[in-house]
Design a protein around this ligand. Structure first.
Ligand code: CA
Ligand code: CA
Length: 438
């Protein structure tokens, strides 16, 4: 509480905030260049992969005609749609409801979830064929059509040279899905994203032996885009955690997708000072091992994560394919249902250094890394519950069937200040996420 009260410059002059002010001043080198207008700040030199090459400036150069302040989903989408790729700034005030008046509003005439359950009950339909190819007037066809209407509503297409920034402490979206697709130079800061809920998850009888409900809509997806800086944002399931979702056919009726997915040859991304919390499949970097995807992803998917708080997640923080990913100075706090943090996938080259992990009793340090494919990883100078821990060695000791190779084969150079792992929880816990920037 005291930390929050001390963020304002005037209040900081009051007694009791001196230590905090000194701490903030001492870290100025790791912060973006100061600018009186938050909306015009740009990514600092060397601050992660998004600083590579031309760097990331977003809409900092916007002229007055391309600076918008929005308070509704319609106005936000309109501000994104006009102006082509001219630099633009969109200031978000308050929490914008992006999920519409409710799921019923997206359903097409004839759609009936009870009929869907009756038709595709494994006792009736079986477990060996998918629902692909079901006709348009079938329950699956009506689900598809309804899902298409929700899709068009909740997705917002972000153009090049854009800064989206929250104003004050309480800015953000409920149920939005930002599509940063095929563009360069985007900044997203100081916003809380409460995960979208897919109104129409699809049943796949063939996904695992038990089948699965699969859903769409990441809070944000970086799809084939370059130079993206995601900073001081909060990603959360908020009021709709998985524990509140019903179960059908013995499987959770999953309505969430990812919090931040980075796919299809996306490159040069920095995610700094964010909170990723209360979610299952959190961050996917590269979404397939298949040959077509590999041809697009290989040599790309370069992402830096620093000073993020990863709290109460199940898995994928992140799960990496192909990319050179640098994760340093992050704090991982595991809770009930924790599976793993870093997924080591196809041809990945993860460097995970100077991070802190807080694991509850009963969760072994060896589960921080999860081997999906044989790929090299550097994991040095990390602390688990305050103890220096070689994550690869402890993984290999505790999961002997899945031996990981040490040594990612590259050395990150795009870092600003690196803190010792023991200092990370203290620096990150109360300053990461939305609501701290002014
Ligand atoms: Ca709503
Ligand atoms: Ca996704």
């Amino acid at each position: 509480m005291r930390t929050q009260k001390c963020h304002g410059r005037v209040i900081a002059a009051l007694v009791g905030c001196t230590a905090l002010v000194l701490a903030v001043t001492g870290t100025a080198s790791a912060q973006p260049r100061h600018h009186p207008d938050l909306a015009r700040q740009t990514l600092a030199a060397n601050d992660g992969w998004a600083a590579y090459g031309t760097g990331t400036t977003g809409g900092a150069a916007a002229d007055a005609a391309h600076v918008h302040t929005v308070t509704t989903w319609d106005a936000f989408k309109a501000a994104l749609a006009e102006g082509g790729s001219a630099p633009r700034i969109i200031k978000v005030k308050g929490t914008i409801d992006a999920d519409g008046p409710g799921c019923e509003s997206f359903a097409v005439p004839g759609y009936d979830f009870a009929a869907y359950l009756r038709t595709y009950d494994p006792a009736v339909w079986g477990r060996t064929r998918t629902l692909d190819g079901e006709p348009d007037d079938s329950p699956e066809g009506l689900r598809r059509a309804s899902a298409a209407r929700q899709d068009a509503f909740v997705k917002a297409i972000v153009p090049a040279n854009t800064t989206i920034v929250g104003v004050g402490r309480n800015a953000g979206f409920k149920g939005a899905s930002l599509q940063i697709k095929g563009v360069d130079n985007v900044i997203v800061r100081n916003l809380t994203f409460e995960s979208p809920l897919d109104c129409f998850p699809q049943w796949d009888p063939t996904d695992t032996a038990d089948g699965n409900w699969n859903s769409e809509y990441d809070s944000a997806v970086i799809h084939g885009s370059t130079h993206v800086w995601i900073d001081h944002d909060t990603f959360t399931d908020g009021e709709h955690p998985d524990s509140t979702l019903p179960v059908y056919f013995g499987r959770i009726h999953q309505q969430h997708d990812g919090e931040l997915d980075i796919v299809k040859g996306a490159d040069h991304v920095t995610a700094s000072w964010n909170v990723f919390e209360d979610h299952d499949k959190t961050i996917l970097i590269g979404n397939s091992d298949g040959a077509a995807t590999a041809a697009v992803d290989r040599g790309h998917l370069k992402v830096t994560f620093h000073h993020n708080l990863f709290r109460n997640l199940v898995e994928r923080a992140p799960r990496v394919r192909f990319g050179q990913v640098d994760a340093y100075n992050n704090h991982f706090v595991a809770g009930a249902g924790y599976s793993y943090s870093f997924g080591i996938g196809m041809e990945s080259q993860l460097v995970a250094e100077h991070n802190a992990f807080t694991l509850p009793d009963g969760v072994q340090a060896g589960s921080v890394l999860k081997k999906w494919k044989d790929a090299p990883v550097t994991a040095d100078h990390n602390h688990v519950n305050g103890v220096p821990t070689d994550l690869v060695a402890v993984h290999n000791a505790q999961v002997p069937g899945e031996i990981l190779r040490s040594g990612a084969g590259w050395t990150p150079s795009l870092r600003t200040r690196v803190d010792p792992a023991r200092a990370v929880p203290g620096r990150v816990d109360h300053r990461a996420g939305a609501g701290h920037l002014r």
